[in-house]
Design a protein around this ligand. Structure first.
Ligand code: ZN
Ligand code: ZN
Length: 82
């Protein structure tokens, strides 16, 4: 099951479970679309893989399968643009 991490690893932007701009790689490294497009060039800085839009979990499932609350923030991995 997806962890649904709560933020972007690059800019720490909040990415709630229903964020339309949340992107994940195959290891669930999680970024906002802005960072993926402008800072990462579409490639995950942790594993080198590509991204896909994160599916939105239906609200009716959130009580039983809540999103992760563990924030992961690694700006040093996002290199390039300041
Ligand atoms: Zn971001
Ligand atoms: Zn990754």
């Amino acid at each position: 099951m997806l962890a649904l991490r709560p933020n972007c690893e690059c800019c720490d932007k909040d990415l709630p479970y229903d964020a339309a701009d949340a992107m994940i790689c195959t290891f669930e490294c999680t970024f906002c679309r802005d960072c993926v497009d402008t800072r990462l060039g579409g490639r995950c800085p942790n594993c080198g893989g590509n991204f896909a839009p994160r599916p939105i979990r239906p609200a009716s499932k959130l009580a039983k399968y809540p999103p992760s609350t563990e924030r992961i923030y690694k700006p040093q991995g996002c290199g390039r643009a300041a």
